[in-house]
Design a protein around this ligand. Sequence first.
Ligand SMILES: *Cc1c(COP(=O)(O)O)cnc(C)c1O
Length: 393
Amino acid sequence: MSTAELAILGGEPEFAEPLHVGRPNLGDTGKFLERVRGILDAAWLTNDGRCVREFEERIADLAHVEHCIAMSSGTAALEIASRALGFSEEVIIPAFTFVATAHALMWQGVRPVFCDITPDIHHIDPAAIEPLITHRTTGIIGVHLWGQPCDAAALTQVAKRHGLKLMFDAAHALGVERDGRHVGALGDCEVFSFHATKFLNTLEGGAVVTNDDQLAEKLRFMRNFGFSGEDCVAHLGTNGKMNEISAAMGLTLLDQYDDLISANKTTYQAFADELPSVPGLHVIQYPDDGRYNYQHVVAMVDEAESGLSRDRIVAVLRAENVLARRYFYPGCHRMKPYAAMHEYAGLHLPVTDDVAGRVIVFPAGPQLAPADVGRIGAILRKASDSARRITDA
Ligand SMILES: *Cc1c(COP(=O)(O)O)cnc(C)c1O
């Protein structure tokens, strides 16, 4: 694309400071530093410290689930949970997810089998799973993408019918509830990520949550080298522990939980109000009958209506310091570690390929005031107008 095309508005960028997708929520840094001081004074940095235990209790309460086992990252949590559930050979996952969902399996020699997604909310399509099940299949991972829950009832039915374990990658979905069912207690277990870019961060961190007592015990052992007692190793294990400073960050943000959600919701609502006046941009709505964290502002681009492709819209916004992004492009099945293994995956993943080419994620959350969202809308309308004038001429 030429520079002339890029600089649709010309001149200085509309926003002096870049706006980022997933800008970290820092919360009350004074309160955080107080907690850090306490940790240093007690000289207890990790290994089931007070902050980690309190964090685990509060996450379990929030997710309405019995057990929360905090880990060093969402990926470590996915890996350890996969082990604890006994995943082997093949596990079915959506092709449209962050690559860590696939890596967590592949890293331990379990082959991810990619399933297509639903066109509306981009979740694993329960109807597309059964044709992929073979005698090698041991489980299914659903991803609550964009912070909305998968169709857990349909997935549970498929899993039960075929004797498969069911896990949810809930990295986007802390605090989410739909139809009275909370994300946290679905399937055999669920995995949260508390990475810096997520709704609630512990710098790096993650957790597995479950109502299964035995599974919870196994997960606790496995994240700590398999130790079940002082000199007793009950399982193969690794080091997946969360440290105290990370938990202190998580606790500080939990103290401000309601404010964080309402700031996210304000920005999301501004986009939901603004984008309908932009040709060819269709925002993914959060349905009214649930609770969400409103972390993701996502839209689908219809190039015929817009006059601009998704990639051109991203480029136009970037030139104005609005660092909107493609997401999960080009789909896990087309990434190098998986492409050769899944030569024909594209044939049965038409929705994934379509969505990966058209989805756009906007900077969101408290970094934006509703008026800023109006300015972004104005950029998009101008860009679309001039693109369509060029096409019409
Ligand atoms: C962020 C993310 C992960 C990985 O979590 P980390 O804490 O960064 O390891 C896994 N799955 C999805 C869907 C994610 O968005």
